[in-house]
Ligand binder design. Structure first.
Ligand code: ATP
Ligand code: MG
Length: 420
């Protein structure tokens, strides 16, 4: 993509009403637009990041048997009355609205009821199970606090998968697979080294749920981590009993701030009971389906990446989720430089390398460098009179201080190198 074509421009000033680093950087660099507290639009650069994250999650969900679908955002009140969750006394963060011809609908704040109601039509026999449907969806929650930028929105985009299994054993088997898939996702998104499997409160059907908590001062949770074992306990269940149940020692645990980037939950028959979600087993007996839920907030994950990966100049995207792999900068108004840069842009694009090409002729070199650092694309390639005189192109990683001049062949071999 040519930067002259990109309608967003970077901003020099930080937004006055943002206290979170992720929103500040993402707004300045033109990834998102703030509509109101807790509500953000994703601009072209931001959407590219969301799509990268979405693809990673989709690959990992499909690999464990997930089937992608799309549930509606407007939700039928009757369905939620079945579980008792329509009541504002039970759920305090609903957005609800009235229909013109009478009646009320709710905007999805979660998905268990919607899935239970749909799947009820398709689950009859033991042969129909297990199944793992999921979707990516906008979710609406009337959160009281929303000061964490895209990490806590009133409208946010998530992935939710629900597992429907014949029994506890089958459920547990999938639960472990999902745990591993989640680890893969956070690893691939570049925050694996900071992300802990965290024991949290479970509910009536299991002692614990599991959260994936990423260490950052911007998080709202307090967790106690065992660095060597790579596991953590959420402060909400941090007791002597739990510590010893998990085979941990108090002296090995360190208190940290963290953000929940995802969670997995055994639901047992909490929803299959009210929805009468049953199947016939091999002996023709009716059995309740055992469910689990598995969520990840994509905006929360994107915001977390920014929180843990930036410097005073801007964002530092991991290559896997970056909006582009290469930021190509053409400097100066020299004819030859311009035509060499155009040529390189075409060649990189032909090789399938994603490039943002700063081809703007009315912007100074200094501004181009500053924009490049702020936007945070992993590789910066500069074409200038000087680079050409030195034999080619200057390549620099966003994480490095100094670049080096390389020939076109060397440039391609660096950029086509498989990621480690
Ligand atoms: P939290 O404890 O942070 O309020 P939660 O436990 O209510 O989140 P779930 O309802 O289980 O979260 O949602 C699944 C995932 O969706 C969370 O792990 C998180 O990644 C994301 N998420 C939850 N609430 C928000 C929000 N307000 N904005 C952005 N992402 C969110
Ligand atoms: Mg939570």
């Amino acid at each position: 993509m040519k930067q002259s074509h990109l309608f967003t421009k970077t901003k020099k000033e930080s937004p006055a009403d943002e206290v979170s680093l992720n929103a500040e950087l993402l707004i300045k660099a033109g990834f998102i637009n703030k509509e109101m507290a807790g509500v953000y639009s994703y601009l072209p650069l931001g959407l590219r990041v969301i799509k990268k994250i979405e693809n990673i999650i989709r690959e990992e969900m499909d690999a464990i048997g997930g089937q992608e679908m799309k549930t509606s955002i407007l939700q039928n009140k009757e369905i939620w009355e079945k579980s008792g969750r329509w009541s504002d006394d039970v759920v305090d963060n609903w957005f609800k609205t009235k229909l013109k011809n009478g009646g009320e609908v709710g905007l999805s704040f979660t998905n268990e009821e919607a899935y239970s109601d749909i799947l009820k039509q398709y689950i009859n026999s033991y042969k129909d199970l297990p199944i793992y449907p999921y979707d990516f969806k906008s979710i609406f929650r009337n959160e009281i606090r929303s000061k964490s930028g895209i990490m806590r929105g009133r409208e946010f985009y998530w992935k939710a998968l629900y597992s429907f299994s014949k029994n506890e054993e089958e459920h547990n088997e999938f639960y472990e697979k999902a745990k591993q898939a989640y680890k893969n996702i956070f690893q691939r998104a570049g925050i694996g080294h900071l992300t802990y499997l965290c024991f949290a409160s479970g509910g009536s059907f299991s002692k614990f749920s599991h959260e994936f908590q990423t260490l950052t001062g911007a998080g709202e949770d307090t967790i106690y981590i065992d660095e060597n074992k790579g596991i953590a306990i959420n402060s909400e269940v941090y007791t002597d009993e739990v510590i010893s149940d998990l085979g941990l020692k108090k002296e090995d645990l360190v208190e940290k701030r963290a953000v929940e980037v995802g969670n997995i939950f055994s639901l047992g028959t909490k929803f299959s009971e009210p929805f009468d979600l049953k199947y016939k087993n091999e002996n023709g007996e009716d059995k309740l389906v055992v469910m689990g839920s598995y969520g990840i907030g994509l905006g929360r994950l994107m915001g977390t990446i920014v929180e843990v990966s930036s410097d005073d100049k801007g964002i530092i995207w991991p290559e896997t989720v970056a909006p582009f792999k290469v930021h190509l900068l053409s400097l100066g108004d020299d004819e030859n430089t311009r035509s060499e840069a155009d040529k390189l842009y075409n060649e990189l694009s032909e090789k399938g390398i994603e490039v943002l090409y700063d081809d703007r002729s009315d912007v100074s070199a200094g501004e181009k460098f500053a924009d490049s650092d702020l936007i945070g694309i992993p590789f910066r390639v500069v074409v200038s009179k000087r680079s050409l005189a030195n034999g080619g192109f200057e390549i620099k990683k966003r994480t490095e201080e100094k670049g080096k001049n390389v020939s076109k062949d060397e440039l391609f071999s660096i950029l086509l190198e498989p990621r480690t």
